[in-house]
Design a protein around this ligand. Structure first.
Ligand code: ADP
Ligand code: MG
Length: 161
């Protein structure tokens, strides 16, 4: 299913993500795409809240990956923007982690692993800036039918495009 939403604040983007986070069962992979500053980490922060994570989620720009413990699930947050020679190690780590049922993986700048992600467990989220305002984003959420439980379309009805 494909859903296009319009948000006009970082808070609203985080709120959308929080609701999704609260619905996850584990084993899902969320691929976030946008330009720099598009809102991928903001979305991840909301998702973390939904998973019951109280720690502050930051951009793992220097660490490549960070792990946070939620109430039931662990969040593995990857940012491959600056990935260099660690590419092989990271691919291997990701493959092991994403098969863990108690884990949710969020990946920013996922281009180099995109082809190897299992489609049936992957939710693709794209954030696009809009000319109409600095804080406006179109968020496109694409998920396979079997992951529909993660999206409350009714809740999002008012901001649907
Ligand atoms: P990325 O991880 O994609 O580089 P960040 O989430 O780190 O982006 O940064 C997005 C910036 O844009 C933050 O400063 C955030 O507050 C701001 N922002 C403004 N409006 C929005 C919005 N509607 N959704 C998400 N972020 C927004
Ligand atoms: Mg980021």
């Amino acid at each position: 299913m494909k859903l296009v939403l319009k948000t006009n604040s970082a808070n609203l983007t985080a709120g959308i993500a929080k609701d999704i986070g609260s619905r996850l069962k584990g084993g899902e992979i969320i691929v976030l795409s946008s330009d720099l500053g598009g809102g991928k980490t903001t979305f991840t922060q909301g998702l973390a809240l939904g998973l019951g994570i109280t720690e502050i989620v930051t951009s793992p720009t220097f660490a490549v990956s960070d792990v946070y413990k939620g109430l039931k699930l662990e969040l593995h947050h990857y940012d491959f923007y600056r990935l260099g020679s660690e590419i092989g190690i990271m691919k291997q780590e990701l493959e092991e982690v994403m098969d863990n049922k108690d884990t949710v993986c969020v990946i920013e700048w996922a281009d180099f692993v995109k082809g190897s992600l299992p489609e049936s467990r992957t939710i693709n989220v794209t954030l696009d800036r809009q000319k109409e305002g600095e804080d406006v984003r179109l968020i496109t959420i694409e998920n396979p039918d079997n992951l529909q439980y993660a999206i409350d379309a009714e809740l999002l009805e008012d901001i649907k495009c």
